[in-house]
Design a protein around this ligand. Structure first.
Ligand code: ZN
Length: 299
């Protein structure tokens, strides 16, 4: 699932390609192909009809990120929220409708992971903003920009780790779940925004902390190491264009590079890369999520 660095990469790309453009049309087959009972997103046919009416003819203003959500603000005071969930990602380029589906002749856009177009915006420059989502778990909704502080879609999201998050706030946030296992607590969006499976594993490896440790057992120095590791790792992944070990691609259809910098995530049975450590990376399911760690230096 795209996490903070991937969502940031997409948002930075959207701000480059959508500047000054408006929406000519919008198409989706989510409501045809997805048996969703929810009526508050575009997987519902009636909702999609209203969505379309509200956004066609409108101009893009700016995109931003909140947690793992992409917020695309329009000049009519509406905001399109996209949560990419497992496999969603937005792509910009030339697409054609072949009577059955949307496709592109662009080599990058026709990458197998980019072919699952279930939502597409026709743009005023003749190009498209397509949303590829193989597993169809994504969420797309529209709300009044002025209601962003109260919308249910953005509630209970904790502080942003790269918005000058102090060590004190970080510590206080973790301590809201004293008996939680640190891996699970780091991934809890109400504690800290934007961290998921990949970055929690990498942060704990860097900070020498076992993922099953309870928050209340952590020493001040360990929390500080985690805080530093979190900022360093998230920033370095953004510089690398995010992580494309799975489906993630940027708006041009290109892969990021952070998967080549993993120290622990999906390195099961490989040698630990920590200097002086002789451990082997282990994989264990913790609270339903696979966790990768070194049992020798992560205590
Ligand atoms: Zn190790």
């Amino acid at each position: 699932m795209p996490e903070l660095p991937e969502v940031t990469t997409t948002v930075n790309g959207l701000n480059k390609v959508l500047k000054g453009l408006s929406i000519k049309d919008v198409w989706s087959d989510y409501y045809v192909s997805t048996a969703s009972k929810r009526t508050d997103n575009i997987k519902n046919e009636k909702y999609f009809g209203t969505f379309k009416k509200e956004i066609v003819g409108e101009k893009f203003q700016e995109a931003e990120r909140r947690g793992k959500n992409i917020l695309i603000h329009l000049t009519n005071g509406k905001t399109i929220l996209v949560h990419m969930k497992m496999t969603g990602h937005l792509l910009y380029g030339n697409y054609e409708w072949n009577g059955k589906s949307w496709s592109s002749n662009d080599k990058l856009l026709s990458d197998p992971f980019n072919k699952f177009v279930h939502l597409i915006f026709s743009l005023s420059d003749g190009r498209h903003l397509a949303f590829s989502d193989m597993r169809k778990f994504a969420k797309v909704v529209l709300f009044e920009t002025s209601a962003r502080g109260s919308t249910v879609h953005l509630e209970n999201i904790g502080p942003e780790p790269l918005d000058n998050l102090s060590l004190e706030t970080f510590t206080n946030q973790l301590e809201t779940i004293p008996k939680g296992k640190i891996k699970t607590v780091l991934m809890d969006q109400s504690v800290i925004a934007g961290i998921g499976n990949i970055y929690s594993d990498e942060i704990l490896w860097e900070a020498n902390i076992n993922p099953e440790r309870e928050v209340k057992s952590l020493m001040k120095s360990e929390i500080k190491n985690m805080w530093k590791a979190m900022i360093m790792i998230l920033e370095s992944s953004i510089k690398m264009g995010g992580d494309s070990m799975s489906d993630y691609r940027n708006v041009y259809g290109e892969k990021g590079n952070f998967q080549n910098a993993h120290k622990v995530y999906r390195r099961t049975k490989e040698k630990c890369l920590k200097k002086g450590c002789s451990g082997i990376i282990t994989r264990k399911i913790i609270a339903g999520r696979s966790s990768h760690y070194c049992s020798v230096h992560q205590q």
